[in-house]
Design a binder for this molecule. Structure first.
Ligand code: FRU
Length: 503
């Protein structure tokens, strides 16, 4: 049973959402096929899991305003990772270990044990000695009602780790034990601490799984750690490493000694709006990763979170991606196959071959929400640089540029929408290639670009007005040759009406 304070907090939040959900759903800026909360503010995905025959998403949630504060855990369920139902709030800050007014129940993860789903999250408090982050446990048997463990917190920052840099536990099972990786800091450098447990309640420190020597920043938010094939992948959102929003390391895990040995690293996403992802294992053994499609005000390119707060909401997740490793152990990300079911097949745009000399206007659906794929024929292309202008008013828009001469990919949004800023750039390996594949998922306020089989991804928000819907290829010199272009309007997933009864 929840205690009275918690019941009150849950009720307040649920009532507030219920009262505002239909006006939020009427916002023209709502994404059409990306996950969003029912209103208020959302950030990190938390505890993505398949439990009792359904996918569950939990997420950082402030039900009361479209700004970050009072973190709760929002909760939604789905059969296919695309169509969602919002459930009542899972966790509301009610206890002394999570009562910081500019804090609450911070990020964490979930795991099933003996039919019970455990939530392991960071409680934040301040009792006069600064910001204190501790790890706490809650559980559910029915997937709707949650109980906080009376013995919380289960972990406190060890000596030498500042209490405000000890958060975001990611729990997993391996070799008959439970492990937990927690973001931490020591002497100004980021660390991932590894703990183990038999029962998910009593935790013992195992080792420093992996640490920064300064080159990887001063804190790793939302670490994720999972096996992929023969290897292990460590993903985190590092603080203090310039424009890097999310990085991965691939290597080996010595579970006995609690050490990770990275061999390869790279950017999970080169764009500015992909942060704090978490992954889950699907019943058919795919590893699916979902990120928060936004960033924080301490980031170098940050401007603000866009105009949706005026309609009572802020925040969405990126398209769920299946992640795999290529032969060189680099991470490859592709939109999950389930997304294809939203393509409006009857309104397909198709070009087996397209040669662009100066400019070509492309029509795909309404130009606002669509899924576009093509290949650049590198042998037939003579242009030194090609551009695709999206969500354009005819002049300005989000510009994707392939600079073939300099082997660089750029996504420029400085003149896109009056809100967002920054140009994200990534190296583009063209060596030995005769073609380059491109897939772009566009929705009302986001553009996600997957290039080179998913080795390079740029995710960006673009809050252009709905009238900005022109799609145009441009080249300044020579010719751009495109092959096998297909574009589909995306069928809107109904904004999930609130399906829960208030109790
Ligand atoms: C990452 C993060 C986490 C924290 C949460 C708070 O985006 O800063 O480190 O737990 O958001 O909402």
């Amino acid at each position: 049973m929840n205690n009275r304070k918690e019941q009150q907090m849950l009720r307040r939040g649920n009532e507030f959402i219920a009262a505002h959900a239909s006006s939020v759903a009427a916002s023209v800026l709502r994404q059409r096929y990306h996950f969003m909360g029912p209103g208020g503010w959302i950030n990190d995905p938390n505890g993505l899991v398949f439990f009792r025959g359904q996918y569950h998403f939990f997420y950082q949630f402030n039900p009361f305003e479209p700004f970050w504060s009072h973190m709760h855990w929002g909760h939604a369920v789905s059969d296919d990772l695309i169509h969602w139902k919002h459930l009542p709030i899972a966790l509301a800050p009610s206890e002394e270990y999570e009562c910081h007014p500019r804090g609450g129940c911070f990020s964490g993860s979930t795991i099933e044990k003996d039919g019970r789903l455990y939530l392991i999250y960071t409680g934040t408090s301040n009792h006069g000695n600064g910001f204190v982050q501790t790890q706490c446990v809650a559980w559910t048997d029915d997937g709707i009602n949650f109980v906080k463990y009376e013995g919380n917190p289960v972990l406190r920052a060890p000596q030498g780790v500042p209490t405000d840099f000890f958060r975001d536990p990611k729990v997993f099972e391996y070799g008959g034990k439970y492990f937990l990786v927690c973001g931490a800091q020591r002497e100004g450098r980021a660390q991932a601490l590894l703990y183990s447990s038999q029962d998910l309640l009593q935790w013992e420190f195992v080792n420093v799984l992996f640490e920064s020597r300064g080159e990887w920043g001063f804190m790793w938010e939302c670490p994720d750690f999972f096996p992929l094939g023969e290897k292990w992948v460590f993903v985190c959102s590092p603080m203090g490493v310039g424009e890097r929003t999310c990085v991965y390391f691939v290597g080996d895990f010595d579970a006995e000694r609690g050490r990770f040995f990275p061999q390869v690293n790279g950017e999970v996403d080169w764009g500015f709006d992909f942060y704090a992802p978490q992954s889950l294992q699907t019943p058919d053994n795919r590893r699916v990763m979902v990120g928060w499609a936004n960033g924080w005000d301490w980031m170098p390119f940050w401007k603000d979170w866009g105009p949706t707060w005026r309609d009572g909401w802020c925040g969405a997740f990126g398209v769920p991606r299946q992640v795999t490793l290529d032969e060189s152990l680099h991470l490859v990300s592709k939109p999950i196959a389930e997304i294809n079911t939203l393509r409006d097949l009857g309104k397909k745009t198709e070009h087996a071959s397209l040669a662009v000399d100066s400019t070509y206007k492309l029509n795909v659906g309404d130009g606002v929400s669509y899924d576009l794929s093509f290949e650049v024929d590198l042998e037939a292309t003579s242009a030194s640089c090609a551009e695709l202008l999206l969500r354009s008013d005819g002049e300005e828009g989000l510009r994707i540029q392939w600079d073939f001469d300099n082997a660089e990919l750029r996504v420029e949004r400085d003149r896109a929408d009056g809100w967002s800023t920054g140009v994200s750039r990534s190296p583009l390996c063209l060596m030995g290639k005769s073609q380059l594949d491109v897939r772009i998922c566009v929705d009302v306020c986001s553009v996600e670009l997957f290039v080179d089989g998913g080795r390079i991804v740029h995710s960006m928000n673009d809050f252009a007005p709905l009238e900005n819907k022109e799609i145009r290829f441009k080249v300044a010199d020579g010719q751009l040759v495109i092959k096998n272009l297909t574009g589909y309007p995306m069928k809107a997933v109904a904004d999930p009406a609130l399906t829960f009864e208030l109790h």
